[in-house]
Design a protein. Structure first.
Length: 360
């Protein structure tokens, strides 16, 4: 957080994570983030539900460089882009997403998984609208939900992705901001929605302990040289955005007229866990049906039903949670109603069982 009353902080030796507690005592709290996640300390919780995001591409506003990260800001004046389910007590509004990254590919993520550091970590921040605003929510234990996605370096050539380059060039130095319309961040999600969850804090000052973390187990693949897939849904068809680690590293933490200082290593080391235990939700056992009619009379052990719009949206993963099979069962009439309502947009239906099927 930056602004009046917030002393400056950064990631250098004189103002970095080791120093933050001097101005921001929360940084020495007992629920600080990030943490290292170890399989042996995680327990599988069968009561955890799948999470679900419903994002409105029109809510995307701007992309900016604040000298500490690259951030995309969304309109959160109403329940427009929301995250729900999982460990969350209700709907949470998307406010912004940003990245943490390293100076090279072997580090950069904030959370560490079984000793592994990824090249970067994407955070999508949502706040609980039962509080009057984002700042108020940050003061409450259940105020903020953060969805974290790891960036792993690998080969994923996406030669057609160009726009993010232009956007990053437009925000090269601290204080720069550019319009960033029509962006649905859910296309950044990996295939699997398996997650770990625990209660923690912001990883930047003032390090408030208000965050329900939902950390996705499957990373998304980026490459040092190739693009990562940032796809942009537009009314005139699909457009694709991209960035890459090298491009993130080309950002600067100085303002335009100052000497160049590259913006790299904007991550906080892991913090003591004290007595916190992570919980996991594994959703490995997915089954697919080829159409709505397969649902008729279906009684499945799976407890959640999604409608999958991927093909309608040109293979952009896009699923809508419709309900629990345990609660209702589709009959012919319900099928016709649902099909009319969906206007034939559904390509397949996904049953998701919450039973663990593999190792945790
Ligand atoms: Zn972050």
């Amino acid at each position: 957080m930056i602004g009046p009353g917030f002393p400056p902080w950064g990631y250098d030796s004189d103002n970095g994570p080791d120093q933050w507690h001097k101005d921001y005592p929360n940084a020495k709290g007992r629920h600080q983030s990030p943490i290292e996640i170890n399989n042996k300390d995680v327990h599988y919780d069968s009561s955890l539900l799948p999470w679900f995001a419903s994002y409105d591409p029109g809510a995307a506003k701007t992309i900016l460089n604040n000298g500490k990260t690259c951030r995309v800001v969304f309109d959160d004046s109403f329940d427009r882009s929301v995250l729900r389910g999982g460990p969350l007590p209700g709907v949470f509004r998307l406010r912004q997403l940003h990245f943490h990254w390293g100076s090279s590919d072997d580090h950069g993520s904030e959370h560490v998984v079984n000793g592994v550091r990824y090249a970067g970590e994407l955070h999508m921040l949502h706040w609980n609208p039962k509080y009057s605003n984002y700042l108020d929510a940050r003061r409450r234990t259940d105020g903020v939900a953060a969805l974290a996605i790891f960036l792993q370096v690998g080969e994923t050539p996406k030669p057609e992705m160009k726009r993010i380059l232009e956007e990053i060039n437009a925000i090269k130095t601290k204080g720069k901001e550019a319009p960033f319309p029509n962006f649905d961040p859910s296309i950044l999600f990996p295939k699997s929605h398996d997650y770990w969850t625990y209660h923690g804090s912001f990883t930047t000052p003032p390090c408030e302990e208000c965050i329900t973390w939902i950390i996705l187990r499957e990373p998304i693949i980026v490459s040092s040289d190739q693009w990562i897939a940032w796809m942009l849904l537009q009314p005139d068809g699909n457009r694709i955005l991209a960035t890459r680690m090298a491009k993130l590293r080309s950002l600067s933490k100085n303002a335009e007229n100052e000497p160049d200082r590259p913006l790299v290593d904007n991550w906080r080391p892991t913090q003591p866990r004290y007595f916190r235990m992570g919980k996991s939700c594994l959703a490995n056992s997915m089954k697919f049906c080829n159409g709505m009619s397969d649902l008729v009379g279906e009684e499945s052990a799976a407890d959640t039903v999604y409608l999958d719009f991927s093909e309608a949206l040109d293979n952009v993963p896009h699923k809508i949670l419709v309900g629990k099979l345990l609660i209702y069962r589709l009959d012919e009439q319900a099928l016709r109603w649902t099909e009319n309502w969906l206007n034939g947009q559904v390509q397949r239906v996904v049953f998701r069982s919450m039973e663990p099927t593999g190792s945790q």
